[in-house]
Design a protein around this ligand. Structure first.
Ligand code: AVI
Length: 362
């Protein structure tokens, strides 16, 4: 990573302190990336731009929608199995949570009192600082080191910063892995692998293949929140790039691409039109679409194969009774242990991993 600036500070909360580090990397600007996507055929926009302040607020609303099952299903799995999950990796854990946001799911793991350190990573500095202080106040036995970074490009710089602990566990929740095309997902798993030592773990939530109706309802909800979330991209470009998208002339489309096992979100131009974006004028045909997000749906076997190709071996997987969502626990290969067998709904552990917990010195 090309780190142009690194800042460190101690944040002081009501009852606690948080170590805080910010990495800033040289990156392409939003205008360059958006224009490159609009020049391509078919047009596409990087999905990371969905998450400005308004997009993040809308995404929080999506997570609470009856039609959007992933968040509540993953939370229920974690609530039920958090203790078992962490016991499989071992005590004195350092939990690293990429894309931690409000650290809500990380807290479910911290409540088990199995972790001695917590490293939330997020690109949004203000949000991260507040959330990390709140975690430190609520879990005084946990040493919190928050890192503001784009973890997609900055993960290589993180290793020297990690606090000492017997084991590390990367916790990548929310089926965020599903928003990467498979080669990029595999490459991210590879970078997670590089951050860990043998016997360290990866706990990852991913969405499962299911019937088309349930999937399209989740991404085209009856309250129209996902449509607003998608269209907010255009409002953001109007605000931040001086674009002149007329939001009433585009519509939200969510389709399940069965051949690629992914939900695709698009914005469709309802008529032929030209739109100014930065210094360019971009032409849209009637019904032409911009691809704004993919959300891949896996099978347990498919996900295991991708993880194995990146050097991870599955110890266990937990699912809800309807097999809508999976939370898999993987270990960086080279450590002892017994992979469990698939046993149907619930996927109960067949044999717990036993790994000698050799201490690590930072
Ligand atoms: C963040 N990510 C896992 C969500 C998903 O389900 O792919 C983003 C999302 N897009 C529309 N609804 C939710």
């Amino acid at each position: 990573m090309d780190i142009s600036r690194t800042q460190t500070a101690q944040l002081v909360g009501h009852r606690s302190r948080v170590n805080f580090t910010r990495f800033e990397a040289g990156a392409r600007t939003m205008e360059e990336e958006v224009l490159a996507g609009l020049r391509s055929s078919p047009k596409r926009i990087p999905s990371k731009y969905l998450y400005d302040a308004e997009g993040s607020r809308l995404f929080d609303r999506i997570c609470d929608l009856p039609d959007y099952y992933p968040t509540r299903t993953e939370t229920a799995i974690l609530k039920e199995h958090a203790r078992t999950i962490l016991d499989l990796i071992g005590p004195d854990l350092c939990i690293i949570e990429p894309g931690a946001g409000a650290c809500g799911k990380g807290r479910l793991l911290l409540e088990t009192r199995r972790a001695s350190a917590f490293v939330p990573l997020d690109i949004s500095t203000d949000f991260l600082q507040g959330a990390a202080l709140d975690v430190a106040d609520n879990f005084p036995h946990v040493s919190v080191h928050a890192v503001a970074m784009d973890f997609l490009t900055g993960l290589d710089s993180l290793k020297p910063l990690l606090p000492p602990a017997a084991k590390r566990l990367i916790f990548y929740a929310g089926s965020s892995i599903g928003n990467f095309d498979p080669p990029d997902a595999a490459s991210l798993l590879g970078r997670f692998h590089a951050l860990l030592d043998e016997g360290d773990g990866l706990l990852i939530g991913y969405d499962l293949q299911k019937d088309r109706d349930a999937l399209t309802r989740a991404y085209d909800d009856s309250e129209g929140v996902t449509a607003s979330f998608n269209l907010n991209l255009l409002a953001r470009f109007n605000r931040e790039l001086g674009a002149d998208f007329d939001l009433s002339r585009f519509r939200h489309v969510a389709v399940y691409n069965e051949a690629k096992s992914r939900i695709e979100m698009h914005l469709e131009s309802i008529a032929a039109q030209r739109v100014r974006v930065g210094k360019e004028s971009v032409a849209f045909d009637a019904f032409e679409r911009m691809h704004t997000e993919s959300s891949y749906k896996y099978t347990v076997e498919g996900f295991d194969a991708m993880a194995a190709a990146s050097g991870f071996r599955r110890l266990e997987v937990w699912m809800d009774p309807a097999s809508y969502f999976a939370v898999g626990l993987y270990v960086k290969d080279g450590a002892g242990g017994s992979p469990s067998l698939l046993t149907g709904h619930g996927m109960k552990s067949v044999k717990a991993l036993t790994v000698a917990s050799g201490g690590r010195q930072a």
